[in-house]
Design a protein around this ligand. Structure first.
Ligand code: HEC
Ligand code: HEC
Length: 401
């Protein structure tokens, strides 16, 4: 069922793609653009505000990050006109104050239909090799943005089949017309689905957080930036007995992000023993993880490792939002999986899930250790990022929305 749904969605994306290919075809661009491209008014690059040890996230060669695209993408990200109801936007499910996640297990789209999975935060999303919880085919932010806008399973922004309505709405706005022309001076017709997704992706690449108290302590040499508890918590996090850092690895605390070489697809999806509904390792049919895409039974229950940056503000947790607090997440790891009691939905003992990652073997932890580990995770909260005016809703000041 899940696979069928997936195939259907891919079908829809294929239609969207072919539209885009036509729009992007070289013959659709007038010869005049060549002149403009070498023009002195060529878009200025975006000015990154990064600590010296951090690199900007990679961008596709055909969509370099420029200041004009980022500013445009920001407006689009917060604009309800991109959704069928004229109200819900990317920001409805990805809220800045919550690390660009939301605070409910599943979110709802324009028809009230719930999303299949929990809305992840978008902190440092530009560094991820594989996007979303469990679909390794989604490897670029440009492609990803088509999902919420035009996807049917679930319906999020509900614009399937309404590509021209979307570009029409955007074209009606004088400010947008100017901004698109500035951002894409090489294109005669600069307002297309492709340029919309390119701008949004550029904005998303700037959602970079490297100024948490932990960063200041670990990389900038500020010894007092985090508490002694958080320091002990980091030692526990990196202790092989707990194993956290082997999956939540690197500067982005995920084996799926921030490595110089792209990790192999199989290496970044793990079964953590959240479920075991049939005693043989099955997850609930609505969310079977990577297996829903690869159709390989060994991929049952495998989900991509999320980043832990800003994790203290992105509750509830896990791909389905089924764990409410960080304290409960740690209990879950200590137990080596989750025992969903008989008589409740999706009952089964995840601790004995035969497909569980071997690192999920459980461990014992004193209550002091547990609060230290939480103090460490809280030290990854970057207030500058959550309040950065460059990432905020640009419509608020002008329209009061
Ligand atoms: C109705 C709620 C909703 C809306 C609206 C929405 N999203 Fe999402 N977003 C989600 C959910 C749920 C997921 C997880 C999907 C999955 O893993 O299958 C997600 C995943 C993502 C991801 C992948 C993050 C990662 O860690 O890999 C990105 C990027 C993203 N959304 C950007 C956007 C953009 C851009 C828009 C607007 C064009 C948007 N979203 C609109 C709910 C929403
Ligand atoms: C085998 C790899 C692996 C290990 C070891 C591991 N994690 Fe995870 N972690 C994951 C994966 C995969 C998920 C998502 C699982 C899902 O949703 O089904 C996750 C989810 C989380 C989440 C929820 C994040 C969110 O945004 O929903 C937190 C918090 C977390 N892990 C912390 C830890 C801590 C602390 C440890 C050590 C005690 C740890 N992890 C060990 C792979 C791992």
């Amino acid at each position: 069922m899940e696979i069928e749904t997936q195939a259907h969605r891919v079908g829809i994306q294929a239609v969207v793609f072919s539209t885009i290919c036509l729009v992007a075809a070289p013959w659709a661009v007038s010869p005049a653009h060549a002149q403009l491209a070498t023009d002195a008014r060529a878009p200025a690059p975006y000015t990154w505000d990064l600590p010296p040890w951090a690199k900007p996230p990679p961008a596709p060669p055909d969509n370099p990050v420029t200041a004009a695209k980022v500013e445009l993408g920001r407006r689009l990200f917060y604009d309800g006109r991109l959704a069928a109801d004229g109200l819900r936007s990317c920001s409805s499910c990805h809220k800045q104050a919550l690390g660009f996640s939301d605070n409910i297990a599943l979110s709802w789209g324009v028809t009230g239909e719930l999303t299949s999975r929990n809305a992840p935060g978008l902190t440092n999303v530009g560094y991820f090799t594989f996007l979303t919880w469990r679909d390794p085919r989604v490897t670029s932010l440009e492609t990803q943005a088509l999902g919420p806008m035009f996807g049917m399973h679930p319906i999020e922004m509900g614009m399937a089949g309404q590509q021209s309505e979307m570009t029409r709405r955007v074209s009606e706005d004088d400010t947008y017309r100017k901004m698109f022309a500035n951002a894409f001076p090489e294109l005669e017709n600069s307002i297309t689905i492709e340029t919309i997704t390119r701008a949004i992706a550029s904005f998303e690449r700037t959602l970079v957080s490297f100024r948490s108290p932990y960063d200041r302590f670990r990389f900038d040499g500020e010894q007092d930036a985090i508490s002694p508890q958080a320091k002990s918590g980091e030692a526990l996090f990196r202790d092989p007995r707990l194993g956290c850092a082997s999956c939540h690895s690197g500067v982005n605390f995920s084996d799926a992000a921030g490595n110089d070489t792209a990790p192999p697809m199989q290496a970044v999806y793990h079964n953590t023993g959240l479920y075991n509904v049939d005693g043989q390792g099955a997850y609930p049919t609505s969310n079977t993880g990577l297996a829903a895409v690869t159709a390989d039974p060994a991929d049952m229950g495998r989900f991509r490792t999320p980043t832990l940056r800003n994790v203290a503000v992105t509750a509830p947790y896990m791909h389905d939002g089924s764990i409410a607090t960080l304290s409960e997440v740690i209990d879950f790891y200590a137990a080596g999986g989750r025992h969903v009691r008989e008589g409740t939905r999706d009952a089964g003992d995840g601790r004995s899930n035969p497909l569980k990652d071997p690192r999920m073997s459980g461990f014992s932890l004193s209550s002091q250790d547990k609060s230290d580990l939480i103090a460490f995770l809280e030290a990854l909260t970057d207030r500058n990022f959550l309040e950065d005016p460059r990432h905020s809703d640009p419509w608020k000041s002008t329209t009061g929305r």
